[in-house]
Design a protein around this ligand. Structure first.
Ligand code: NAP
Length: 297
């Protein structure tokens, strides 16, 4: 049994996760948001990734309105959200952006997410960024209290180094580290986070798998190089650059869950199509080489 199944027996994220960072930009009315969720579910995407701060603190409520309009959807999905960033906004005029993993703040944000998402429980809550002032033992007590109250089923982190992950994991079992990875952002391959995920059997979640759209629109040398290489491979394999990018991520042995960012159902389809595309090592390294700008040593 892997560490994940031993410690998190009830957490089975869908292979592709839908991200809601940009939902406020999609300009969907409530009925359209319900339809969007239904179509994602029909594609086998049953995990939805949120954060308290997305859409200037408005994104969770947009999704929650859809769940209030169609309450039966909640039982067919897993809700992931994040907290820990105090982001300046009109309603929150902090002097500067900063991080907060104190008991009072984490509890307050979790309870707010429950209200906004119209749900009784969050399936997975991540600490969004590493808080240098985090007291790991105290934060673990907060996790245990909120889990004991039935408010959060599982906990994890995002953007944490391997040692930051290990520190908190020692005090409370974490389910995942959500990190950035794409042919345009290769750090996780070398910085130990994916090694640790594989070592612990804890599947990572991957954000900005298409480089936030830079894969298609970027005109910097790296984006031009990667797009040209991926276009050639995609044409040979009879697929799209987007599907190829997801397949490139899925090929990693840590068994990542890529998180989509698209508002288009066709975009979700391109992600799901990657589950049937296994890259060989030459194609995988050709994309890596284009991303790095030099061959393997
Ligand atoms: P992404 O897939 O790298 O980028 C999505 C962007 O690419 C969208 O604007 C999308 O526009 C565009 N796009 C997709 N396919 C395209 C195509 N074929 N041609 C042109 N543009 C295309 O993902 P992301 O939104 O940056 O991140 C995904 C999710 O990861 C977020 O929703 C969020 O849940 C999570 N995230 C987490 C963190 C963290 O710190 N933990 C940070 C950032 C994001 P369309 O809608 O038009 O397709």
């Amino acid at each position: 049994m892997t560490a994940q199944t031993a410690q998190h027996p009830n957490l089975a994220l869908s292979p592709i996760v839908a991200g809601l960072w940009r939902i406020a930009d999609w300009n969907l009315d409530v009925a359209q948001r319900v339809r969007w969720i239904e179509e994602a579910l029909a594609l086998g995407i049953h995990t939805f990734d949120h954060a308290d701060i997305y859409g200037d603190y408005r994104a969770e409520a947009l999704f929650g309105e859809a769940l209030r309009a169609a309450p039966a959807l909640r039982g067919r999905m897993q809700l992931v959200t994040k907290c820990g960033i105090r982001l300046r906004s009109a309603q929150r005029p902090y002097r500067l952006n900063h991080y907060d993993t104190s008991a009072a703040y984490v509890r307050g944000q979790v309870e707010q997410s429950l209200r906004k998402l119209h749900t009784e429980q969050l399936d997975l809550v991540l600490i969004h960024r590493p808080d240098y002032l985090m007291d790991a033992a105290a934060l673990a007590d907060t996790f245990a209290a909120l889990t004991g109250e039935g408010k959060v089923a599982h906990w994890g982190v995002s953007n944490h180094t391997a040692s930051q992950f290990a520190l908190l994991h020692r005090h409370h079992p974490l389910a995942t580290n959500q990190v950035e990875l794409s042919p345009l952002h290769l750090d996780a391959l070398d910085d130990g986070t994916l090694d640790q995920a594989q070592q612990l059997g804890l599947r990572p979640m991957i954000w900005s798998p298409l480089g936030g759209g830079r894969l298609f629109c970027g005109d910097d040398p790296q984006a031009l190089r990667v797009r040209s290489e991926m276009a050639t491979i995609a044409a040979r394999l009879g697929t799209t650059i987007a599907t190829l990018a997801y397949a490139w991520i899925l090929r990693h042995p840590s068994r990542p869950h890529p998180i989509t960012g698209t508002g288009r159902i066709d975009g979700l389809r391109e992600a799901v199509a990657a589950l049937d595309l296994r890259l060989d090592a030459e194609d995988w390294y050709a994309i890596w080489t284009a991303g790095k700008g030099h061959p393997v040593p």
